[in-house]
Design a protein around this ligand. Structure first.
Ligand SMILES: *Cc1c(COP(=O)(O)O)cnc(C)c1O
Length: 859
């Protein structure tokens, strides 16, 4: 599957070609960046790497060849970075995340290297359209949504800011499932992203590590009379790292994304347990390799899945052992682990790392508990991502004991010491003890969030509101214990991928107006503010946005067959499908508009194209029904001759980063309508705003800060606030009385309940609407009138295009706060205490002479 490891640049022979221009002053001839050199290198890769004559190469061959051409230029910087880090051993961020939703590599790397034009020219000389090759890339879908995408944005910002960092995660053989829509319903299929190979990774078998699982522990006294524990596992698997280079924007820093793949340990399986049972042994090998086969789609609850616990432990154990190896490479004693590594937990998924580092230090490295605990606590920091209590990870104790018997003992010990501290601090407060305990119920389950809080020196939420609710609600007992551990760092997104790569037209306009400093320092977009008052600029801005809308209209037509009017308002909601995000509220608004037109064909309705996209977890039936509701309403609306020229409803299947890059830049209206208090931050909201879409949103997550930055005049807020939600629920919310008192809402709901959108069959959407009328846990009915009213304000604003374009320019101009560079700067100062390490480019010839011992250069 993987490409053969190419010779390192360091081992490459001196270039002998004489007709290669030497215009590239800073660079080796072989990896020079002129279009001529790139073209030659590309043709070499078609021939030597793909093994094809150019005339016979498939489009995929050409893509692979170009990817390798670009990779060579990354590798040169990658090795330079490793050398720089080795020469200046500074603190390194280890970002642990079960998900990295990185998106396609090629275009991003061309932008960050600064060779987009050269490559385009090189391809053009060969009659190849660069766009065709870019379209060939299959994106690695190694994440579910926002959380995985955040990790990817952070990797980009870390490299751009020249901060030494390693991303550690799992190399899932199948990423997030592929979604298609059949008869209006979601159908899942496997995501075989590796089927054509992955030119962006290098396998490092020499850095493989062993991971134990299951079995039991044995307690004994060692020859020095000390109490010791030995873990006798039921099985071991091998973790093999696959490294991908993460290049910063126009710098030489290339950090590493190191993803682990599980393989079988042949010696163990074949010789010890399965002697004479060859097929049994092969079977065992297959079982081991299942560990990293598939990404779990995040279901309603994340509980009780054995393989998932094994996945989490597997990648965390591999990563910590890799960090210990790096300490060794750098000659740093293990007692200084926390000085070398700032380990960030992206949610609780990797929090077992706290117990694993304790085990490695105490059991494997003979360290005293107290010292190990100091090191662990100073190394780890935890980012909380959810306020939904059902999404806080808990592992059933029997499952945990079966999988990680030694870690259970360690967690008991951590808990006992911690609860002793609590007993003294909060004398006689037994209920507090049980709330804080790492063990829940009656010794029933392990609370991973509690483990993360106890074992970390810093705990952060991802937007101001979220951090406040975290302090006051989900983690309030920990906040009472350690207020100083808590901080907020509002999420951000990388402007490289979400503006420069995905919206070249906007980027060009911005660069012409204010230069290109905003690409590294997004707050410079403020320089665009005065242009909002410049009619000529507004006209160019509108043309740019229309061109993006035309592009998206073409994509929609190609994928769904639906023809949409690019002059209509593009009203967009793309994100995971979930009750708390309330896609069904957006649909109720569409039904309300439909009902208005049917009741009065001359009603003044702003033409809109409603675009939805997003995946529902395969086991989340309610969310799948929400998709069916969207497509069912679309079927009627798009067909009705009275309506279809004014309203269109499209569900674009398989929303992912690649589609996001087409969608965010083409949206007029950004739907951010979660129930207040439920969305931790959201990052889609930031991508839309940066690209000039106007937001209609609740006062939830980062929407609040977005409105503060963009200005209340340029934001459409509606709905209950988080505290109003709380008060309404406390006072006894009755959705039925809302239904009874609002004639439009009643008409809308009755239309659906009668089966109007389900060919007369009222049973299809009955589960949706029974829930709404009886409990309505996400307060759709309570927010309906406010939402529909606010949407009328949106329509009025859009009708005044001058006003709308002014708002759009301001939205972009004032979005600088939402760069992930700003977020990373805050983590670097307040949580990690890390400094940039600039990297200078090593020439291949210099690298050859400066080469160190064989261990070096793997960070
Ligand atoms: C940004 C992004 C998300 C997160 O969107 P939210 O609106 O914040 O939920 C999910 N999926 C993809 C592919 C994204 O790019």
């Amino acid at each position: 599957m993987t490409q053969a490891i190419r010779p390192r640049a360091a081992d490459a022979p001196e270039p002998t070609r004489t007709n290669v221009p030497t215009a590239d002053s800073h660079d080796d001839t072989r990896t020079a960046m002129s279009s001529t050199t790139i073209r030659r290198a590309f043709l070499d890769h078609v021939f030597y790497t793909q093994g094809k004559l150019p005339g016979l190469a498939s489009r995929n061959d050409l893509y692979q060849a170009l990817a390798h051409t670009v990779r060579d230029r990354l590798v040169q910087r990658w090795i330079s970075t490793a050398e720089a880090y080795l020469g200046q051993p500074s603190r390194t961020v280890a970002y642990l995340s079960a998900e990295f939703l990185i998106g396609p590599h090629l275009a991003n790397n061309l932008v960050n290297l600064g060779i987009l034009d050269e490559v385009e020219a090189a391809m053009a000389e060969l009659d190849i359209e660069l766009g065709d090759l870019l379209a060939q890339e299959v994106e690695p879908g190694l994440g579910n949504g926002g959380l995985g995408r955040l990790a990817a944005c952070f990797m980009d910002s870390l490299a751009t800011m020249q901060i030494p960092a390693l991303g550690y995660g799992i190399r899932y053989e199948y990423g997030i499932f592929h979604q298609s829509i059949v008869d209006g319903m979601q159908v899942e299929s496997t995501d075989t992203w590796l089927r054509h190979g992955n030119p962006w990774e290098i396998q490092r078998p020499e850095l493989a590590v062993e991971v134990k699982l299951g079995g039991h522990t044995e307690h004994y006294t060692d020859d020095r009379g000390r109490y010791r524990v030995r873990w006798v596992p039921a099985k071991t698997v091998v973790g093999v790292p696959f490294d991908s280079p993460v290049l910063g924007y126009r710098v030489n820093t290339v950090n590493t994304l190191r993803l682990w793949r599980a393989e079988a340990t042949e010696a163990f399986d074949f010789n010890v347990f399965n002697r004479g049972d060859y097929l049994g042994a092969v079977n065992k090998k297959v079982t081991s390799e299942n560990l990293t086969k598939v990404l779990y789609p995040n279901d309603e609850t994340e509980q009780g899945k054995e393989l998932r616990l094994e996945q989490q432990y597997f990648f965390v154990s591999c990563s910590l052992k890799d960090m210990l190896r790096l300490l060794d490479v750098h000659g740093i004693p293990i007692s200084r682990f926390h000085e070398k590594f700032a380990v960030q937990l992206n949610d609780t998924h990797p929090s077992i790392g706290i117990a694993e580092l304790m085990r490695l230090l105490v059991d494997d490295h003979d360290m005293a508990w107290e010292e190990a605990w100091e090191i662990t606590r100073q190394a780890f920091a935890y980012t909380n991502h959810t306020l939904l209590p059902e999404a806080l990870e808990c592992w059933p104790l029997p499952l945990f004991a079966r999988t990680l018997p030694r870690h259970l003992e360690i967690i008991y010990e951590i808990n006992a010491r911690f609860l002793n501290e609590v007993r003294i601090r909060f004398f006689g407060d037994d209920s507090r003890l049980s709330r804080l305990s790492l063990i829940g119920g009656n010794n029933d389950f392990i609370r991973m969030a509690n483990l993360a809080c106890v074992g970390s020196h810093a705990i952060n939420g991802v937007a101001q509101l979220h951090s406040r609710l975290m302090r006051e609600d989900v983690l309030k007992d920990f906040h009472a214990m350690w207020p100083d551990k808590f901080t907020n760092i509002t999420n951000g997104v990388t402007p490289r991928r979400w503006l420069v790569v995905s919206n070249p037209r906007l980027s060009k306009l911005a660069c012409e107006a204010i230069g290109d400093g905003w690409i590294r320092n997004l707050s410079e977009l403020r320089g665009l503010e005065p242009y909002a008052e410049d009619a000529g600029f507004r006209e160019r801005w509108q043309r740019m946005r229309n061109a993006n809308k035309n592009d998206l209209a073409r994509v929609i037509r190609e994928v769904t067959g639906v023809v949409v009017d690019p002059t209509s308002m593009f009203d967009v909601m793309v994100k995971r499908i979930h009750e708390y995000k309330r896609q069904h509220l957006a649909v109720l608004h569409i039904v309300a508009l439909y009902h208005r037109i049917k009741s009065d064909p001359n009603a003044d309705i702003q033409p809109r194209t409603f675009l939805f996209g997003g995946k529902a977890a395969p086991g989340y039936h309610y969310a799948k029904l929400m998709i069916r509701f969207i497509t069912a309403v679309g079927d009627v609306v798009n067909r009705d001759p009275q309506v279809r020229d004014r309203l269109k409803v499209v569900f674009l299947p398989n929303f992912n980063v690649t589609y996001g890059q087409r969608i965010y830049p083409a949206a007029d209206l950004s739907e951010q309508i979660s129930l207040a208090g439920k969305e931790a931050s959201g990052t889609g909201n930031m991508k839309f705003a940066m690209n000039g879409a106007i937001t209609i949103g609740t006062m939830d997550g980062a929407n609040i800060e977005l409105r503060d930055e963009i200005g209340a005049d340029n934001f459409f807020p509606f709905g209950l606030s988080a505290s109003e939600v709380y008060a309404l629920k406390a006072s006894g919310y009755r959705p039925l009385s809302v239904y009874e008192s609002d004639p439009e809402l009643r008409a809308v709901i009755d239309l659906v309940r009668q089966g109007f959108f389900s060919k007369g069959d009222p049973s299809v959407f009955q589960p949706l609407f029974d829930g709404l009328l009886q409990h309505d846990p996400y307060l759709l009915l309570a927010d309906f009138a406010s939402y529909v009213h606010c949407q009328q304000d949106v329509s009025n604003a859009y009708a005044d295009q001058d006003r709308w374009q002014r708002m759009s320019v301001l939205s972009c101009a004032r979005s600088g706060h939402f760069s992930s560079d700003r977020a990373i700067q805050e983590y670097a100062e307040r949580v990690w205490r890390v400094q940039p390490v600039p990297v200078s480019l090593l020439r291949a010839s210099m690298a050859a002479s400066a080469r160190r011992n064989a261990q070096a250069g793997t960070e």
